[in-house]
Design a protein around this ligand. Structure first.
Ligand code: AHM
Ligand code: MG
Length: 373
């Protein structure tokens, strides 16, 4: 964010680049809200452009952002309040549940329940879909699917983690209480998707599918998300690939060729690509979205469907990346067109810059092979 530090002009610096005596202890000027729109202001502004809007969607987004602020607060003190580490329980995916996973799940469910706009939640941290009991006749229309804390095995070592969310409408003419069937819609039916990355700063990035992806940075001093990254677009071509290469031997031949192709030096002996893999999907995705790149979690011999979940991870990020100009496939099929059969279903994922995802597809589908050197 372009907030001023108050000590940037040349005459305030000595020749060795240190602040001169006069600026020691200089106060950071109060942030001028004239420069930044808050998330709430932005949402209300957008709502005005939607005829007959009831404001329900705006309230739903507000509820999500409030839960994100609470999770952010807990994350920032995680080292101090004994929420580090595992609860010892195993979640529905068979993974040891981290304490922060449990806390984040709880905060999002509480916020959505209290808000009243959501009728059903699907969470990576809960085996069944969670119907929300709201006042009779006043049930919310929205279904929210989320991974409350992705990459949580990284918390103990201070690596950025994130929340991913996906919003659908209750199907038209649905009768009775919503069940998991109501949530099993293809990604093309999402009305919004987003993520929060709890990194060196905390950012909320979302889209409503109108061709815009906007990013908001949390200013902790005022507790507001401020529009810091308007209308994000991702480069068509990227230079970064993110994949866990330790599994190389269990990949298919097409993927092996694609990754080896990226490792080839060009005619001048330079390497056009580089690897960056944090092992925290939201963080890897966020970096690649801004800089250009591809994130791959492929099928492996032991996990033919890959690791990531279609409904909580792949679909929302696929909607975001497409709205920013990128692409997402499972190597063959566009992610958003996959028909879900189960809430916790997994999918291989190739996501990021359009040209990289397309090139990866040509290798994976056997249309292209690595030429022998
Ligand atoms: P999680 O949802 O249980 O946190 O697992 C998903 C995470 C992603 O954030 C990350 O990219 C991936 O798992 C890392 O897996 P691996 O260690 O197999 O590379
Ligand atoms: Mg996860």
């Amino acid at each position: 964010m372009a907030t001023s530090t108050g000590a940037s002009s040349d005459d305030e610096m000595s020749t060795d680049g240190q602040p001169s005596a006069g600026t020691e202890g200089a106060e950071r000027p109060a942030m001028d809200l004239g420069d930044f729109k808050t998330l709430e202001q932005f949402i209300i502004e957008r709502q005005k452009g939607v005829p007959h809007s009831t404001g329900a969607f705006s309230r739903l987004l507000r509820d999500i952002s409030v839960a994100a602020k609470i999770v952010n607060r807990d994350m920032r003190t995680a080292g101090l309040i004994d929420v580090h580490g595992s609860t010892g329980e195993v979640n529905v995916q068979g993974e040891v549940r981290q304490k922060m996973d449990a806390l984040a799940h709880r905060e999002f469910v509480l916020a959505l329940r209290r808000g009243g706009e959501c009728c059903l939640i699907g969470s990576e941290e809960h085996a069944e879909a969670i119907p929300l009991a709201t006042t009779e006749g006043e049930e919310g229309d929205y279904i929210v699917l989320l991974d409350p804390l992705d990459g949580s095995s990284n918390i103990d070592v201070n690596v950025s983690v994130g929340t991913i969310f996906s919003v659908y409408r209750l199907p038209e003419r649905w009768e009775g209480k919503p069940t998991v069937k109501a949530a099993l819609q293809p990604g093309t039916r999402q009305v919004a998707a987003g993520y929060v990355v709890y990194g060196s700063s905390t950012m909320l990035v979302y889209t409503t599918g109108t061709g815009e992806v906007n990013g908001f940075t949390l200013d902790p001093s005022i507790g507001e998300f401020l529009l810091s990254h308007p209308d994000i677009s991702t480069p068509d071509e990227g230079k970064i690939y993110s994949i866990n290469q330790a599994y190389y031997e269990s990949w298919g031949d097409g993927l092996k060729d694609y990754v080896r192709w990226m490792q080839q030096p060009d005619e001048e002996g330079k390497h056009p690509f580089k690897t960056r893999y944090i092992g925290s999907f939201v963080s890897d995705f966020h970096r690649n979205l801004l800089k250009g790149g591809i994130y791959i979690y492929p099928a492996t011999r032991n996990s033919p469907s890959g690791k990531l979940r279609l409904m909580y991870e792949a679909n929302p990020m696929a909607m975001l990346v497409e709205q920013a100009g990128g692409a997402a496939t499972d190597g063959h099929t566009r992610i958003l067109e996959k028909s879900p059969e189960k809430l916790h279903q997994r999918t291989p994922l190739f996501i990021g810059s359009k040209e990289m995802v397309e090139t990866a597809g040509t290798f994976v589908q056997g249309e292209r092979e690595l030429e022998a050197a």
